[in-house]
Each structure stands twice: as C-alpha cells, then as structure tokens.
Design a protein around this ligand. Structure first.
Ligand code: DI6
Ligand code: FE
Length: 397
C-alpha cells in the first residue's frame, strides 16, 4: 500500500521533521519507505495508492499514562471540591482513590471492560493507537489482576495497542490503614509476582506521595520489579517533594510522572538516567495546582518530555489527548512541537517502545490523518477534533 498527497510529520530528529508532498509505503503493518513523492523508488511506485487529499499525517498518538479501567465515578467528589474540600483532605477521609477502590472491587472483569470501552473509544477517536493502562484501584491481589485482565481484554476488543502498568502501590487500602509496609509486603509484592506470572505486567508503577507511599516503600517494590526484569515508572512529586524523581532516576525508570515539585538537580538525574518526564496537565488543571513542572530545566538538561491525559475518575477526568496537548501548551508553556513529540515519540520512550511514535522505515504503520494544514493546529483548538482517519497496524478505518 502506498499513501500519497499529504504532508508527513515524521517526528524524526528535532522538531516536526516535516516532509511536504510526501509518500509512505506500508508492508505487513510496517512502514517500509517515507519521503518526498518525487524520490519514490520505482519498485514502490506501482503499488495500490491511497490519495490523502493534501492532509497532514502524524504518527498515531500514544497516551502513555492513563487509569482507564475503574468502577464507579467521582462526580460527588467534584462537587465536594467545589464546596471547598481539597483533594488531599478527601483522600485522607477515605474518599478519593479509596472510593473508586470500593466500586472497582465490586465490579467483574466484564463490567470493568464495559465501563472502560467508551473511554477508550474517546481516545481512539482522537487518533490514539497505543495506550498505557494502569491497575491501582483494586488493592487486593485478585482485584489488581482483574483490572489488568480488563486492560488486556480492551486491547483485544479494539484496534489499539495496550501497555499495562501494575500500580498496586497507589493507595493504602482501609484494611491496611496505618500499615503501609505490611501492604507492600503482603499485597503489592506477591500481587506483582502473580500478575507477572500471568503475563499481565509491562511495567511497575507507584504513587510516591504523602497520601500514598514513601520512597523507601516504593524502592522495595522496585527491587522486586528489577529482579523480575520489569521496567519501572513512578508518580513522583505531584503534590509535594518526597524524592520520588531521584528514586525513579536511580532505578533507570522509563518515566517520572507529574513532576510538578521536581527540582533542577532532579532534572539532571533524569537526564543522566535517560528517564522521561511525563507531564500531566489534566491533573494540574483539575486540582487547580499552581506549581508548574520545571519545563525550562528539563529543556536545559535534555530531559525528554512526554505528555498524557492521566485519564482517571478523580484528579484528571480527561479523555482527550488533543486537549492534553492544548493544556500542555497553555498551562505549561510547551511549544506545539513539544506537545506533539510528547504524545508520539517521547510517549513511546516512556513505554519502552522503539517501534512507534515516529514515521520511519521499520516503525509500525500506526498513523493519524488530520484535516489540518500545519501541526500546530492540533494543539491550538479547544474541544475540536480534526481527525480524518486512523491507521492501525497498516490498516485504515
Ligand atoms: N496520581 C494521579 O493523578 C492519579 N493517581 C495518582 O497517583 C489520581 C487517581 C485518582 O484520584 O483516582
Ligand atoms: Fe496517574
């Protein structure tokens, strides 16, 4: 198959890597050639063609941080925050994450899948081809495994690639109240071994925060992940500075996520470790935070920045990667090119994937075709979706 008559945003090298009047050749789900149509090799020129009408083609989007699988919703908590309660106070009073835990424990795998499908469809409708999905609302071995089984099932029901993260270290459940260490030893670690044995874990995640787990507790879990050969990532420095970013760097994490309270020294450590900083403006917006992640320090030290929805029922009920890009620009002052890199090339790094997020020979043919003229038009509008067509694994829909 040969795609022609488009501008390709390769996301190769620095910036967009634009190729005007381009062609892309696809074979067996992979890109085999991309370049100006004038340079097309003769053997490819005779392939069946699809004319894309002068549109813009980017890599299929990658949402590298979501909590798409959960039971219930937190609309009441939204109202409580508007009445003056804070996110942390609600959490400490047993609401917040723990209220979603109650609903998630009651749900069957089928019910979790059914509830998550429309959320996943919202991402797909905006050109998402790869999505990361975390556990973390079960907090028992069985319920965490069920969340991951639901995530895997979603990847079978839709034409999308799902990468799972095991996030049992998300909150201390009521039955372990005041005994976070015992929870790590008795649930998180055995649950990780069980989930890994079932092939359910692509990465291990944690929430390093005053309302969740300390760096030492997370480190014990990460030691087990390392022994199992699993990569790690971490919710770090979202609401306060506990040293989670430095911990993530020490374990050569794929990513440190949120990172609002990360410092310049932390940025240096991330750069040295090759760890991505994943920015989550949906949570910043929802919680009306004021501490902006140190984007300038990340730039100065060459820390790659990813950008994701953090789609979840509490701190970031955001199911639009395009709006995440707009928020990344407006709230965090990313350039539109950084925002697009954050949802393509760098998002792939944050998931440890080397075959997605760029348009180049050897990459998966996951593409998003947009009815726009320039790539900045993706991040610029609010609540408008210019997706024309999505290609997944070399097939259009
Ligand atoms: N940080 C987040 O943004 C989500 N989890 C986390 O550790 C929020 C989860 C929730 O509020 O339900
Ligand atoms: Fe999160």
């Amino acid at each position: 198959m040969l795609l022609t008559n488009m501008t390709v945003v390769t996301m190769q090298g620095v910036g967009y890597g634009l190729i005007p009047d381009a062609a892309i050749a696809i074979k067996a789900g992979r890109i085999v050639w991309v370049g100006p149509v004038a340079d097309l090799p003769a053997d490819l020129a005779s392939q069946p063609r699809q004319d894309l009408g002068g549109r813009l083609v980017t890599p299929g989007l990658i949402d590298c941080h979501t909590h798409l699988v959960f039971g219930g919703n937190r609309a009441r908590e939204f109202e409580m925050r508007l009445e003056g309660a804070s996110y942390e106070n609600i959490a400490r009073a047993g609401g917040g994450i723990l209220s979603t835990v109650k609903a998630t424990r009651k749900a069957t795998v089928d019910a979790l899948v059914a509830a998550a499908l429309p959320r996943l469809d919202a991402l797909i409708a905006e050109g998402v081809c790869t999505v990361e999905i975390k556990s973390g609302y079960g907090l028992t071995v069985t319920s965490e495994l069920n969340m991951l089984r639901a995530a895997r099932r979603l990847g079978e029901l839709r034409r999308v690639r799902v990468r799972t993260s095991y996030l049992a270290a998300h909150a201390v459940p009521p039955e372990y109240s005041g005994r976070a260490d015992a929870y790590i030893d008795e649930v998180c670690i055995p649950g990780l071994r069980a989930a890994h044995a079932e092939g359910l874990v692509d990465a291990v995640d944690g929430f390093c925060e005053g309302i969740a787990f300390s760096p030492d507790q997370i480190a014990r879990l990460f030691d087990v992940a390392a022994a199992l050969g699993l990569p790690v990532k971490l919710h770090a420095e979202q609401l306060s500075r506990l040293g989670g970013t430095a911990l993530a760097a020490r374990y050569s994490a794929l990513s440190a996520d949120h990172v609002e309270y990360t410092t310049e020294d932390d940025a240096k450590a991330l750069a040295a470790a090759g760890t991505v900083a994943t920015l989550l403006p949906g949570a910043f917006y929802t919680l009306r935070e004021t501490q902006i992640p140190p984007v300038d320090a990340f730039r100065r030290h060459g820390v790659p920045m990813a950008l994701a929805t953090d789609a979840n029922p509490g701190s970031s009920p955001l199911f639009s990667p395009l709006l995440a890009m707009n928020m990344g620009c407006t709230l965090f002052r990313l350039t539109p090119a950084e925002a697009l890199a954050g949802t393509t090339r760098t998002a792939a790094c944050a998931l440890g994937l080397d075959d997605a997020g760029q348009i180049a020979p050897g990459m998966r043919a996951d593409l998003a075709v947009w009815s726009v003229e320039t790539p900045a038009e993706l991040a610029y509008p609010i609540g408008f979706n210019p997706l024309y067509q999505r290609w997944f694994n070399g097939e259009p829909e």
